[in-house]
Design a protein around this ligand. Structure first.
Ligand code: DP6
Length: 323
């Protein structure tokens, strides 16, 4: 009744922001991501008959705040197995937690995979993706490696809201250079921020209306292996998402001054002929995506920017695996 799984973080090139059903955690829009090789969560799940309640240790510390979502996910596994046994969950990230580096994506993907393995449930990757979504929308994508599309779906029960792989990492091995501009936990979590946005941003209807076309454009850019075309759509989706957050009431600004300096640097590199583009999730870190030959140049430039405290370089990685 014990298993460990490793899942990798992913970054969305076409963003998910907003929910169609908060209870089932069904996203209001589809999304498209790449799974990152070097940023992972390793999560052990042990169903332990003597436990009176579920416990969660995250990076060596009890985490009561995240426990509620963990229990909600594990309840679905318990329901499938027809048991009520409580779990001990121990999870570790090899990167800063809660700082806009998709720790909930890798964490929940690893959780459901380890939980299903611990219970010996034979479950399809698609069903695993749906379970991971209940923990965190972006986690549905971390079940798969490489290039991944998340379908918002249209069914009321969320049964068609899952991710699926589009292209293997090796088929187009882009690199991602991540500029860490703060190690602090973000002040407003994405779930809460999405709620405020949907309720108050005047731009939210336009966001919903343009997302499907963004996904189509990104898919054809990936099909053509066209960095410039993929970059144009990824930067536009990222800036739209942040414009939504900024135009909410109260406004939500995830960036700091180094974030903006990194955006400027990426744009300047591009003017100099380097094939690179940026994306930023719900935090201040800037992820620069480029071809392998340009990764060292991009990393050197970002490392020199005042306020950049670390630079992590990674390739694209595989889906969730049982350790
Ligand atoms: C900006 O998946 O963290 O990273 O479903 O509420 O847990 P919840 O949200 P979460 O949101 C991710 C937002 C994003 C964009 C993306 O990954 O698509």
């Amino acid at each position: 009744m014990r298993a460990t799984a490793r899942a990798r973080a992913n970054i969305a090139l076409v963003k998910y922001w907003g929910k169609a059903d908060a209870g089932l955690n069904v996203p209001a829009v589809g999304s498209l991501s790449i799974t990152l090789d070097s940023l992972h969560s390793e999560t052990s799940v042990e169903f332990e008959p003597t436990l009176e309640c579920d416990t969660l240790t995250l990076d060596g510390q009890a985490d009561a705040a995240a426990l509620e979502r963990v229990t909600a996910c594990v309840d679905l596994l318990r329901e499938s197995a027809g048991i009520a046994t409580r779990v001990r969950v121990v999870s570790r990230n090899n990167f800063p937690t809660g700082a806009g580096l998709a720790s909930s994506a890798s964490g929940f993907a690893a959780l459901v995979a380890a939980g299903a393995a611990a219970l010996d449930l034979s479950i399809s990757p698609q069903a695993l993706s749906i379970l991971a979504r209940r923990g965190s929308g972006s986690a549905a994508r971390s079940i798969f490696g490489g290039y991944v599309e998340m379908h918002a779906g249209s069914r009321d029960d969320g049964s068609d809201s899952f991710a699926e792989p589009l292209l293997e990492a090796a088929a187009w091995p882009l690199r991602v250079v991540i500029a860490i501009t703060s190690r602090d936990r973000k002040r407003v979590g994405s779930t809460a921020a999405m709620g405020v946005t949907a309720a108050t941003s005047p731009y939210y209807p336009a966001w919903l209306a343009t997302s499907a076309a963004d996904i189509d454009s990104a898919k054809s850019a990936i099909g053509d292996r066209n960095v410039a075309a993929l970059g144009a759509i990824a930067e536009s989706s990222c800036l739209k998402m942040h414009a939504l957050a900024m135009s909410s009431s109260p406004p939500i600004i995830y960036w700091n001054s180094a974030t903006i300096a990194c955006i400027d640097a990426v744009r300047a590199l591009r003017n100099d002929g380097v094939g690179v583009f940026f994306t930023i999730d719900a935090g201040p870190q800037v992820k620069a995506v480029c071809v392998t030959e340009d990764a060292a140049t991009v990393a050197d430039v970002l490392r020199e920017i005042p306020g950049v405290v670390d630079v992590i370089e990674t390739g694209l990685g595989a889906g969730v695996e049982i350790c």
